[in-house]
Design a protein around this ligand. Structure first.
Ligand SMILES: Nc1ncnc2c1ncn2[C@@H]1O[C@H](COP(=O)(O)OP(=O)(O)OP(=O)(O)O)[C@@H](O)[C@H]1O
Length: 259
């Protein structure tokens, strides 16, 4: 099979309920090898619940999730070994140095990290000169770079990123975009949630818009803009006479402020 058309993630008929509340109703999509896929939706749409089901943190009420060909319900260990999840900044101990954290997580994932490889890894996130710096002393952008390095230290086929660039300055954001693009070039897949339409347009090959627990559109950013550019709901929210992905997003999900 052509590697471009292999799926590193397949989600079929996913449902996640919290008690009687259906947070995810009917979600189906796939992420291909060598693809950055964006999951976009207003607050409370069901993005994190979908990611949590893929990560195995919540048990779905229905549906199948397959990572690198492994069904997470029947082959959880293999599925988890094939995915990398970006941990929250607070997951790392503030007093550990960057190199200690890299060595610790390398050990957990069974990756041998020689001195030369450590140097290479830290150069890749522009932190080679700060190897001995404690995590708690790092800026938000530096912490994000370390946490993305840890998420990818075992070269997973699928990387899950939940709003990774929130709060970052433009330089740090560009750096993270480049890292995502490197993951794509290596033939692996990225599933990203974001509230930034600029980010989705800049890095995502395809996006799905999720609202009230269901996917309402799925395509490339360019195709979504093209398809909806004459919708009255989209035209009515456009600014400066140009239709953007944000106009399409608001046109499809409505202008009402969510939770
Ligand atoms: N543990 C939980 N128990 C009950 N309801 C929950 C729980 N987690 C999430 N919800 C609800 O499920 C819905 C979907 O939440 P989710 O966090 O998946 O949305 P989201 O799209 O990630 O939102 P945001 O953009 O705000 O992060 C929301 O209405 C939320 O309040």
């Amino acid at each position: 099979m052509d590697i471009q058309h292999q799926y590193v993630l397949q989600v079929a008929d996913l449902q996640v309920h919290y008690g009687h509340f259906q947070a995810v109703k009917t979600v189906a999509f796939g992420v291909r090898s060598g693809e950055i896929f964006g999951l976009l939706g207003p607050n409370g749409a069901g993005k994190t619940s979908t990611l949590s089901a893929i990560e195995g943190l919540v048990r779905p009420n229905a549906g199948q999730i397959t990572v690198a060909g492994y069904n997470i319900a029947t082959h959880a260990l293999q599925a988890r070994a094939a995915m990398g999840v970006q941990l929250q900044a607070t997951s790392f101990q503030a007093e550990l140095t960057i190199s200690e954290i890299v060595r610790l997580y390398g050990g957990i994932y069974g990756v041998t990290i020689s001195t030369g490889y450590m140097q290479q890894l830290l150069e890749g996130i522009e932190l080679a000169a700060a190897a001995g710096k404690r995590y708690g002393q790092l800026s938000g952008g530096q912490q994000q770079r370390v946490s993305l390095l840890i998420a990818t230290i075992h070269q997973p086929q699928l990387v899950l990123l939940d709003e990774p660039t929130t709060g970052l300055d433009p330089q740090s954001r560009r750096h993270l975009w480049q890292r995502m693009e490197q993951i794509r070039e290596q033939g692996n897949g990225v599933l990203l949630t974001t509230h930034s339409m600029e980010e989705a347009e800049a890095v995502c090959d395809r996006i799905a818009i999720i609202d009230h627990g269901s996917i309402i559109a799925i395509d490339t950013p360019e195709a979504l803009i093209e398809k909806h550019r004459h919708d009255p709901a989209v035209v009515s929210v456009s600014r400066k006479g140009k239709i953007t992905l944000e106009d399409v997003f608001i046109g499809l999900t409505g202008s009402a402020i969510r939770a």
